[in-house]
Ligand binder design. Structure first.
Ligand code: ATP
Length: 349
């Protein structure tokens, strides 16, 4: 047991309702994990359990090999070496930046405390703002203060609860990358909670996608995207659509959608299959005979994201350069690019 964080079969119940259901996951030192999932899937509850604010009803949580939570015994939050950054940053408005950062260092002698605060301010590049109050700072700066405060006591793990959600969307991804670099340079082990896949991908080494309190898949961002283990993961990650198709013995799909690679392990002639179609699997091609009706269109600057209707009423997305500009209701010639397409058998659920 030398993982930095180890959750074994952790469940959390409120009466009859199971908010977290037998979650097992580990993080090694210096790894950044992420709990990702739709609203109500149990992310925050699990993070609070790691912090010690939430009792668990089954399983165990260990930090650096020491068990800190079981149903019988919970180490109080202040005795866990856990740092936390909250959604709203929770800075003390009446304390300046220096005092906010030094807040958790009361055990240190004053000289050491001052030194640690200076180190932390340098780390997050806020030394010139040491005397400023939170309301005098931008959202991004406030967040860096919250980060410095959480890291100052040198926690064994840093917990970040939707840390970017109060910032505007442009700043979010930029900050996610900055925070990741900072944590990586300092070897900090961290867990991030978010419902934003871009944030999860920008920050985490390992993303655990939760669904109704269970881990649907815990994997690298690359594998979650390219090798989703089930349809929930496939539909949650990316802008893909699941469609049902049937192929003949030659691998040709119904509706003239193209030929599926016969080497695919889940390929069965004559049996309906579920295909995950991503926007870049459907390619605009003026020479194609397959013309699909445009029923939705979103302008994304460099690209247009189209929602296209198949003859049988199913929808597929299609990403084109934005100069491929076709009106709603008209037809777009496309071909399917099926080399990397994800296939599930229709009875897999
Ligand atoms: P969000 O992204 O909306 O914050 P979440 O994934 O963080 O969602 P949680 O806050 O962990 O979800 O909640 C998981 C489930 O547990 C929800 O259905 C919620 O209503 C329920 N829940 C959370 N806290 C309690 C509580 N103290 N008592 C009863 N039910 C609770």
């Amino acid at each position: 047991m030398n993982s930095q964080l180890e959750l074994q079969q952790v469940s959390i119940k409120y009466g009859e309702f199971t908010a977290v259901d037998a979650v097992t996951l580990t993080l090694e030192k210096g790894q950044i994990g992420c709990l990702l999932g739709p609203s109500g899937c149990g992310k925050t509850t699990l993070l609070r359990a790691i912090a010690g604010f939430e009792p668990i009803t089954a399983g165990s949580i260990a930090l650096r090999g020491t068990v800190i939570s079981t149903p019988r015994r919970q180490l109080p939050p202040e005795q866990r070496k856990v740092g936390m950054v909250f959604q709203d940053f929770a800075l003390f408005p009446h304390l300046d930046v220096r005092r906010n950062v030094g807040f958790g260092l009361s055990q240190l002698p004053p000289g050491k405390r001052r030194q640690r605060v200076e180190e932390m301010l340098d780390l997050v590049a806020l030394a010139p703002y040491a005397g400023a109050f939170p309301h005098e700072l931008s959202g991004g700066q406030q967040q860096r203060v919250a980060l410095a405060r959480a890291l100052a006591p040198n926690p064994e793990i840093l917990l970040l609860d939707e840390p970017f959600s109060s910032l505007d969307s442009e700043l979010r991804t930029q900050l996610a990358t900055e925070v990741r670099d900072l944590l990586k340079q300092n070897g900090v082990t961290a867990i991030l909670v978010t419902h934003d896949q871009n944030e999860a991908f920008a920050m985490a080494d390992q993303v655990s996608l939760l669904n109704h309190g269970r881990v649907a898949q815990s994997d690298t961002p690359y594998n979650l995207y390219h090798n989703p283990g089930n349809e929930f993961v496939a539909e949650f990650i990316g802008d893909g659509n699941m469609i049902t198709v049937t192929v003949n013995a030659a691998g040709e799909m119904s509706d003239g959608l193209g030929v599926l690679d016969q080497g695919h392990p889940r390929w069965r002639a004559g049996e309906p299959m579920r295909l995950l179609v991503r926007p870049d699997d459907v390619i605009h091609d003026d020479s194609s005979d397959l013309q699909l009706r445009v029923v939705g269109k979103a302008f994304r600057g460099a690209h247009n994201l189209y929602d296209l209707l198949l003859p049988d009423g199913q929808h597929v997305p299609c990403l084109t350069p934005s100069h491929v500009d076709v009106a709603l209701g008209s037809h777009l010639p496309v071909r399917f690019h099926l080399q990397h397409v994800v296939v599930f058998s229709a009875n897999q659920g």
